[in-house]
Design a protein around this ligand. Structure first.
Ligand code: SF4
Length: 71
């Protein structure tokens, strides 16, 4: 179901370090220079409040490597 509460967010291989997800939701995504994007270690505390932003980043990622799950 599309709008179940997000419990997990991860990045699959293939990130092109475009920074877009970090611009949309810096609480959850971190892109350091010359590195692939990572989900920040404390990101889970923002999954509820940033639900829409996480989904937006997932939809807008140009290589579709941001994934989330409700379990
Ligand atoms: S939007 Fe996608 S490609 Fe761009 S930095 Fe984030 S994970 Fe990587």
């Amino acid at each position: 179901m599309a709008n179940e509460e997000i419990k997990r967010v991860w990045i699959e291989e293939g990130c092109i370090s475009c920074d877009l997800c970090m611009e949309i939701c810096p609480e959850v995504f971190l892109v350091e220079p010359s590195m692939d994007c990572v989900v920040k270690p404390d990101a889970h505390q923002h999954f509820r409040s940033k639900d829409e932003d996480i989904r937006q980043a997932c939809d807008d990622c140009p290589v579709e490597v941001i994934k989330h799950a409700a379990e």
